[in-house]
Write a protein that binds this ligand. Structure first.
Ligand code: PMV
Length: 319
């Protein structure tokens, strides 16, 4: 049996503003997706633990799979196009991340499956191909994905990116700090949130142009603070970034409440992460304070996680 894993991600700075040309910073988190693959007989069986779904397909990929498992069928098709024969096997896919919360669970599961199956085949995919193959899955899951979730799931670490340019790795000295991720439980659609912000930006570009420039300036400073290990400065920038995201209308009363509660409990800074209108909040905390803050959020009933900053990328766990 072969097991592979890949991390989820948070956007630390610049979401939404990145859609119109500003830079953004994303970081891989300690929450991982896993795929366990073993040879079988006759058919290809794909099971998702989180979705509680199962598909049985012919090795020719004939047969029907539930729509939620279609991304994995696309991953297999992309592998076949690269010369991997599709052998009967069974896979169990699971994720430590909440689904549809902006943490990149779907990309991480596709990456983990592609790596595990290619390794079972005796030829584990290298980074670039792993990215391409997993994007076939993400296109089915998300229509028009930016590719950031997949880049993070493959490479791990922390990246800075601008639309249309290859992401660059960011060097950081943040081992004294941890992230706290709190799920608001509010369901949201990335596409609707993005379209709402774009419409607002078009109506008020004369006003919002400076907000976009300011978001890019936050990224500029954040890169410096990361290299210097300046957690206090980064926390302040996260708070400012949350304010800008509120300004373009993607915060909610509940997200604001979580953001405030985290700061009150001792976080250095906090902001919504990803598309907003729900999903998750991310906070930065000193390592020794993180579990206490997380316990406080848990006691208020919030689904809460503690994560390293820039967790490792996709890897084989068991061969
Ligand atoms: O919540 P997520 O991970 O889907 O983040 C979306 C990030 C946006 O900047 C809002 C959109 C994008 O494509 O960059």
């Amino acid at each position: 049996m072969i097991e592979a894993s890949a991390p989820g991600k948070v956007i630390l700075f610049g979401e939404h503003f990145v859609v119109r040309g500003a830079r953004a910073i994303a970081s891989a988190v300690s929450l991982r997706a896993r795929a366990r693959v073993e040879r079988g007989e006759g058919s290809i069986i794909i099971e998702s633990k989180n979705l509680n779904l199962r598909a049985a397909l012919e090795p020719s990929l004939a047969g029907s799979a539930p729509a939620e498992l279609a991304p994995y069928v696309s991953v297999l098709r992309a592998l076949r196009e690269r010369g991997y024969s599709l052998l009967p096997h069974r896979t169990m896919i699971e994720s430590e991340m909440p689904l549809s919360a902006g943490l990149g669970s779907s990309a991480a599961t596709s990456v983990a499956y592609a790596l595990a199956y290619s390794a079972l085949h005796g030829d584990p995919l290298a980074e670039e191909e792993l990215f391409e193959v997993s994007m076939a899955g993400e296109r089915v899951a998300h229509g028009n994905p930016s590719g950031v979730d997949n880049a993070m799931a493959v490479r791990g670490g922390t990246i800075v990116y601008r639309r249309g340019e290859a992401p660059k790795s960011v060097s950081s000295q943040l081992s004294n700090y941890l992230l706290i991720i709190v799920n608001s439980g509010e369901r949201r659609s990335t596409r609707e949130a993005v379209e709402g912000v774009l419409r607002l930006a078009e109506r008020h570009w004369d006003v919002l142009e400076k907000v976009y420039a300011s978001a890019d300036q936050i990224v500029e400073r954040a890169l410096r603070f990361m290299a210097e290990g300046n957690g206090e400065g980064l926390g302040e920038l996260m708070n400012i970034n949350h304010g800008l995201l509120s300004a373009v209308g993607v915060s909610t009363a509940r997200l604001d409440l979580i953001v405030q509660e985290l700061r009150r409990a001792g976080a250095l800074g906090s902001k919504l992460t990803g598309a907003g209108k729900g999903g998750c909040v991310v906070a930065l905390a000193e390592r020794e304070k993180a579990s206490q803050i997380a316990r406080h959020m848990l006691s208020l009933g919030y689904e809460t996680y503690v994560s390293e900053i820039g967790a490792p990328g996709a890897r084989l766990e068991r061969i």
